[in-house]
Unconditional design. Structure first.
Length: 287
């Protein structure tokens, strides 16, 4: 950047580099999606086409940003996890959040016709905002992802019951809200089964669990012994050349991206995919 008498204005810029050795999560959320759902007449309580569109957009974001190790999405939100040693954009929060949000928005709009060919987009177009949050340990990161999946279950169970009362039970929205007031999960499950013959546990996983997007890795690519935060040995940072980094970037871009609707609260998923939260580049010191 050229120096001039006006260069002092750079002093007003905020320094927003995120702390090192922290997992960075960029969570994007749809803006005004309640109105958008009505405008394009999304099916209730879930529109598979809309969720598939979200997932397809997330896949392309993961393909573009190789430092993202996993993404989790439900409803109109997606969380993209950058590994703890990433140096992308010098870890600047604004750049990370805006880059992910704009990339996702672009993919969502570009791929819309593939899922809603009979409903062309019109202004105002769908947009997503983004925020960055840092998590210092794998356990805390896993708790965050568990929180989002638990939120998916709670919201979907409520919405499934609510819309069953409205669409199948003939209640108004106000009446349905009143009937569900004060109910717990077991009450909603019983209501669904006894009145509408719906076994909630047999509803599609994509609705109940949300979606996990990650890269398929070779077993040898894992550099730590587990994902529970333990550390068998402290590893000193190993310098990595630009050539090695470029090879790694290209390898990730060619890697198969997997889309799954599975439980990530328990240990099974993480034990099956230990590479996802393994240390990258051998540059961190564990937990």
């Amino acid at each position: 950047m050229a120096n001039s008498e006006f260069g002092y204005v750079r002093n007003f810029e905020q320094r927003d580099a995120l702390p090192p050795s922290n997992w960075i999560v960029v969570r994007i959320d749809g803006r005004g999606f309640t109105k958008l759902c009505k405008k394009y007449d999304f099916e209730k309580p879930n529109d598979f086409r809309a969720l598939k569109l979200m997932n397809d957009a997330a896949v392309e974001v993961l393909r573009s940003f190789v430092d993202v190790v996993i993404a989790y999405g439900q409803s109109d939100e997606y969380s993209f996890v950058f590994y703890e040693s990433t140096t992308l954009f010098e870890r600047r929060a604004a750049k990370l959040a805006t880059s992910i949000a704009t990339a996702f928005t672009a993919e969502y709009c570009m791929q819309w016709p593939n899922h809603f060919p009979d409903k062309p987009l019109t202004r105002p177009f769908p947009t997503f905002d983004g925020r960055c949050v840092c998590y210092p340990k794998r356990k805390v990161l896993r708790d965050y992802l568990s929180w989002r999946q638990a939120d998916c279950h709670i919201n979907n169970l409520y919405n499934t019951t609510f819309w069953s009362l409205v669409l199948k039970g003939g209640l108004t929205a106000t009446e349905a809200e009143q009937e569900l007031k004060g109910t717990v999960s077991s009450d909603k499950n019983e209501l669904l089964f006894s009145r509408f013959g719906i076994n909630y546990n047999k509803e599609p996983q994509i609705y109940r669990k949300g979606t996990v997007v990650h890269r398929s890795q070779e077993p040898s690519s894992c550099t730590t012994g587990g994902t529970n935060g333990s550390m068998e040995a402290i590893k000193m940072p190993i310098p990595v050349s630009k050539t090695q980094l470029e090879k790694e970037r290209k390898r990730k871009q060619k890697a198969t991206i997997v889309v799954e609707n599975v439980d990530i609260i328990g240990d099974a998923f993480w034990e099956t995919h230990p590479d996802i939260l393994a240390s990258k580049r051998n540059q961190d010191f564990g937990e």
